[in-house]
Design a protein around this ligand. Structure first.
Ligand SMILES: [Zn+2]
Length: 416
C-alpha cells in the first residue's frame, strides 16, 4: 500500500507544480493528498516561479501504521451459590463479604482487560431472602465482590434467571446499574435494551460480547416482558451476530447451554456451534454443565476459524461430586493487525481451578497440592475420599485431551 501511495503522491506533486506554473495558487497543492492513516503530516514543498526549472526534491514518505492492538480476555465459570457458599461470607457483625472467592486469581484478573464471570444465580435483592437449590436467590454482596475483583462483564442469562421472577430480575438489573464500568449481559429492562449489542473498544479494536441461555428451568418469561432474558433462539441469535459482525472486529458468544455433568458437547451445543461458526463468530465460551468440557477449533466452509470452550464448569458451588469442584479459567489473547485489518487469536489458555469447599475460595491447579486437597470439604462426600492431585490431573486429561500438560497443569496453545 505504501509504495502505491508514494507513487500517487509523486504524481500529485508533479501535477501540482504544473498547475502552479499557470495559476500559482499554493493553497490547492495539498488538497488531494490527505491520507488519514499517515501520522506524519505531508509538507507541501514551496514553489516559486524562479525555482520551477529545478527538479523537485524527492520526498520520502514514511507511512506510520499503528502497532498491533492487543486485548487479553479472561473468563471464569459458574458462581453457583448454594447455602454453604453464601454462609461463607457472613461476618460476625452480620455483614456479608465474598472477596475470598477471588483472592487467589486476582493477579490473573489484573493482567486482562476483559474479565467475565458467569453469575449463575440471581442477585435478586437481600430483602427477598436467600435461597439455595432449586430456586436460588443470592446476596448482592457477591456482586460487590465481583466488582471489587475487577470483573467488567457479568453474565446473567442462565437457567436460574427466573427463579424469583420479575422482581428479582428487576432488582438484579438495578443492582448492576450502580456500576457504570460494568456491563451486565443477558437480562434486559426493555425491548430496546435487548437490541443493544454490547462492545468493548480499545484503540480501534472492537470486540462484541453476546450472552444467551437455553432456557429458564421451565418458568416462562412474562408474556408482556419477553425481553427480560436473552434466550438461545436461532432467529434472534442470527440477527444479533450479523449486527455484531458489522460493528465489531471480533465477536464472542457466551452461551449457557449443554447437559449437566457431561464432559462433551450435546446435540444442542453442536447445533449452535455450527450456527455460530457459519455466521463467522470468532470465540465461544460456554457455561452451565457444572463440569469442564473440551475445547476445540471449528472451521467453517469459508475457512474461518472459531475457538470453542464448551464449558468452564463451576467456579464456586456447594455441589457434592468431586468432578464439580474442578473448573477452568479461560484466557484468550486477541490481536488486531492494522496493516491487514484482521483480528485474530494469538494464544489461548485454560487454567484448571479447584473450589476449596469449606472456605469457598478457589485455587488455580498450578497452586494446588495434596495437602489442600485433603482439607477440601468435598473429601467428606461419598465417593470423594480419593480427591487428590492425581484424580484432578487425570480428570483434566480425560476432558481436555493431549493439550492438557500435566507438568504445567494447564492448556496453553500459541497460534501466532
Ligand atoms: Zn446453569
Amino acid at each position: 500500500m505504501s509504495k502505491k501511495k508514494n507513487k500517487l503522491l509523486k504524481e500529485a506533486l508533479l501535477l501540482s507544480s504544473i498547475i502552479l506554473t499557470s495559476c500559482g495558487n499554493e493553497n490547492t497543492i495539498n488538497a488531494e493528498i490527505q491520507a488519514p492513516v499517515f501520522e506524519k503530516v505531508i509538507e507541501a514543498p514551496t514553489f516559486d516561479n524562479n525555482s520551477i526549472k529545478e527538479e523537485p526534491e524527492e520526498i520520502v514518505i514514511e507511512p506510520v501504521i499503528p502497532e498491533n492492538e492487543h486485548v487479553d480476555l479472561v473468563m471464569i465459570g459458574d458462581v453457583l451459590v448454594h447455602k454453604p457458599v453464601y454462609t461463607s461470607g457472613i461476618k460476625e457483625d452480620g455483614t456479608y463479604n465474598y472477596d475470598h472467592f477471588f483472592t487467589n486469581i486476582q493477579e490473573d484478573l489484573d493482567e486482562a482487560e476483559i474479565k467475565i464471570v458467569n453469575q449463575e444465580t440471581i442477585l435478586g435483592g437481600n430483602e427477598l431472602g436467600f435461597s439455595s437449590y432449586p430456586c436460588f436467590n443470592s446476596p448482592q454482596e457477591i456482586g460487590v465482590a465481583e466488582a471489587n475483583a475487577g470483573f467488567n462483564y457479568i453474565l446473567q442469562a442462565t437457567n436460574h434467571a427466573m427463579d424469583k421472577n420479575f422482581k428479582a430480575i428487576n432488582n438484579t438489573i438495578n443492582f448492576w446499574n450502580n456500576y457504570p464500568n460494568i456491563t451486565m449481559l443477558g437480562l434486559n429492562s426493555s425491548e430496546e435494551d435487548q437490541e443493544v449489542i454490547h462492545t468493548y473498544t480499545q484503540n480501534g479494536l472492537t470486540i462484541a460480547l453476546l450472552n444467551y441461555t437455553y432456557g429458564t428451568n421451565g418458568i416462562p418469561l412474562p408474556s408482556d416482558k419477553p425481553y427480560l432474558v436473552n434466550l438461545l433462539d436461532e432467529e434472534k441469535v442470527t440477527k444479533d451476530i450479523l449486527k455484531a459482525k458489522e460493528i465489531a472486529d471480533f465477536v464472542v458468544v457466551l452461551p449457557h447451554w449443554g447437559t449437566e455433568y457431561r464432559y462433551t458437547p450435546d446435540s444442542l451445543q453442536e447445533k449452535y456451534t455450527k450456527l455460530f461458526s457459519d455466521l463467522g463468530v470468532d470465540l465461544v465460551i460456554g457455561t452451565h454443565p457444572h463440569v469442564l468440557e473440551n475445547i476445540e477449533t471449528v472451521t467453517n466452509d469459508e475457512g474461518h476459524e472459531m475457538l470453542v470452550y464448551y464449558s468452564l464448569g463451576n467456579y464456586v458451588s456447594g455441589q457434592t461430586e468431586k468432578d464439580r469442584v474442578v473448573g477452568g479459567m479461560a484466557k484468550v489473547s486477541i490481536e488486531k493487525d492494522y496493516e491487514t485489518n484482521e483480528t485474530f487469536i494469538t494464544e489461548y489458555e485454560l487454567d484448571p481451578i479447584v473450589t476449596q469447599q469449606g472456605e469457598y475460595t478457589v485455587y488455580k491447579l498450578e497452586d494446588y497440592n495434596d495437602n489442600l486437597a485433603e482439607q477440601n470439604r468435598i473429601r467428606r462426600q461419598s465417593g470423594c475420599s480419593n480427591f487428590n492431585m492425581d484424580y484432578i490431573n487425570n480428570l483434566c486429561t480425560e476432558i481436555l485431551g493431549e493439550d492438557f500438560n500435566q507438568e504445567t497443569e494447564k492448556v496453553k496453545v500459541k497460534l501466532k
